[in-house]
Design a protein around this ligand. Structure first.
Ligand SMILES: NC(=O)c1ccc[n+]([C@@H]2O[C@H](COP(=O)([O-])OP(=O)(O)OC[C@H]3O[C@@H](n4cnc5c(N)ncnc54)[C@H](O)[C@@H]3O)[C@@H](O)[C@H]2O)c1
Ligand SMILES: O=c1ccn([C@@H]2O[C@H](COP(=O)(O)OP(=O)(O)O[C@H]3O[C@H](CO)[C@@H](O)[C@H](O)[C@H]3O)[C@@H](O)[C@H]2O)c(=O)[nH]1
Length: 437
């Protein structure tokens, strides 16, 4: 099938390459000239394991191309909208200007029978508004919502083998026809037995933000327990293991530490709260305000913990921050807890040196005032304190004996609760963590 993918960022680039991999004829469209050139040349514009190989194999089939010209979307039967929906400046609400521009750009190129498939995360009600705009210009086109649940770092695997596929369809013949096309698009994962949940459009939009709200709540729940553990000398990692054995609770997403960041969870829970307010049901989501506060408090607590191990002042202290990305296996620094804490400590007078295996270029662009080093050893040279902020495997696997020779003082704050306190203490380190004695 011929498909277009509008917006080729973390979501769209993987989606475009994956659709070509599944056998479809794909044109990826983006307004960013440099990104399109990179993608067309087979180069991934960001770090995502497996994407360079998928791009290379999909480009080699001749079924995948990239362009900045939206007119080249003409002729595709299915148009995936994958542009960004960031948080508005100074507000909780989502900024829908990119979705609106993408749809406006697409309108003149739609033909009867075309299906516009929203994949971006949008406030409930957006689809219906867009559907009105689309049908006013091209009455024979249909708008559906097919939210995306991929995780960065696992984006290729999650796109090709998702946990579920959700179709938000309009009623009647148009919905039935769109479903046929989507079944054809996802024929391979469907044949693998991936469940397809067919809903109305409002439900599909809500499924996405509900899922992210649940994940954020689970993380903040365990981080709230970490606050209790800090007040009582208990250990949040053991607590998480113990409650996680209960199959109704589950251990995943109960890793306490610096909290959640990234281009999705923080802005999605805020946009959801804003939308609930517009709908007059803000009380229903008032708990998300607490989820957000617990999460942001972890960043403040981390700076305090570093101050504590510096005998009350970080002014002039050398702090090595291991990690800049919002999570391992990604170079994404959007709302990164690691950089947020690094910047705070810098503002408070510490000499901060940040390192990361993949995110240094992005970090330097966004936070030019921080100092950076290529490796953990370089960052930690003569450091008074090391803060593990993003749990990349190379930081989890550091040998405390060897690493101890680099630093000025053997003091480590484990912001992700991934190091073995016994091994680090045995090697002479002062080991501190969030929610752990
Ligand atoms: N990143 C993820 O893991 C992920 C997962 C699921 C859902 N989502 C959702 O997907 C959407 C995209 O997220 P992302 O992380 O890929 O963002 P991103 O910023 O990486 O990518 C967005 C892309 O859209 C392009 N763009 C903007 N306006 C355009 C236009 N008018 N025409 C064509 N291209 C345009 C930008 O240049 C950019 O390359 C968001 O709604 C996000 O919430 C993201
Ligand atoms: O136990 C945990 C699990 C995660 N995190 C943090 O939570 C954030 C988000 O992690 P994750 O959900 O793995 O990353 P994303 O790639 O942002 O994926 C989320 O956001 C995407 C965009 O909406 C969705 O598609 C995914 O399903 C959803 O997991 C990161 O900062 C993690 O460090 C924790 O602090 N503790």
């Amino acid at each position: 099938m011929r498909v277009s993918v509008i917006g080729c960022g973390y979501l769209g680039a993987v989606h475009a390459a994956s659709m070509a991999h599944l056998g479809h004829e794909v044109v990826g469209v983006d307004v960013d000239v440099a990104k399109v050139e990179q993608l067309a040349g087979g180069e991934a514009p960001f770090y995502e394991p497996g994407l360079p190989e998928l791009l290379a194999s999909s480009l080699a089939t001749g079924r995948l191309r990239f362009t900045t010209d939206i007119a080249e979307a003409a002729g595709a039967q299915v148009h995936f909208v994958c542009v960004g929906t960031p948080q508005k400046k100074g507000e909780y609400a989502a900024d829908l200007r990119y979705v609106d521009a993408a749809v406006q750009g697409l309108l003149p190129h739609l033909r009867p029978g075309d299906v516009v498939v929203g994949k971006s995360t949008v406030p409930v009600g957006t689809t219906e508004r867009i559907a009105e705009e689309v049908t006013a210009t091209q009455a024979g086109a249909t708008v559906v919502w097919n939210p995306e649940f991929l995780r960065e770092g696992f984006a290729v695997q999650d796109t090709l083998h998702p946990d579920r596929i959700v179709y938000g369809l309009p009623d009647g013949e148009a919905g039935a026809r769109a479903r046929e096309l989507l079944d054809e698009v996802y024929a391979t994962p469907i044949a693998e037995g991936i469940p397809v949940v067919v809903t109305d459009r409002a439900t599909a939009q809500l499924v996405k933000v509900a899922a992210n709200s649940f994940l954020a709540t689970k993380i903040s729940f365990i981080n709230a327990m970490a606050e209790l553990c800090e007040a009582t000398g208990a250990d949040v990692t053991q607590l998480a293991d113990a409650i996680g054995y209960d199959a109704r609770i589950g251990r995943r997403f109960l890793n306490a530490g610096l909290g959640f960041g990234g281009g999705c969870l923080p802005k999605d829970i805020r946009a959801f709260m804003a939308r609930a307010g517009e709908l007059g049901v803000d009380q229903a989501l008032s708990f998300l305000r607490e989820v957000d506060s617990i999460n942001m408090r972890r960043r403040v607590r981390t700076v305090d913990l570093v101050r504590e191990v510096c005998d009350g002042s970080i002014v002039g202290r050398r702090v090595a921050v291991l990690g800049a990305a919002f999570k391992p296996d990604s170079d994404d620094i959007r709302d990164s807890p690691a950089l947020s804490v690094a910047a705070q400590m810098g503002l408070q007078g510490a000499h901060v040196v940040v390192t990361d295996p993949q995110a240094l270029d992005n970090a330097e662009r966004m936070w030019p005032d921080l100092r950076y080093a290529a490796t953990a050893d370089e960052a930690a040279k003569e450091a008074d304190v090391v803060l593990l902020a993003t749990e990349w495997p190379e930081y989890r696997d550091l040998d405390p004996e060897v690493f101890g020779q680099v630093v000025a003082r053997k003091v480590i704050v484990d912001g992700r609760n991934v190091l073995d306190p016994v091994a680090w203490r045995r090697a002479g380190w002062v080991y501190r963590a969030l929610g752990r004695p």
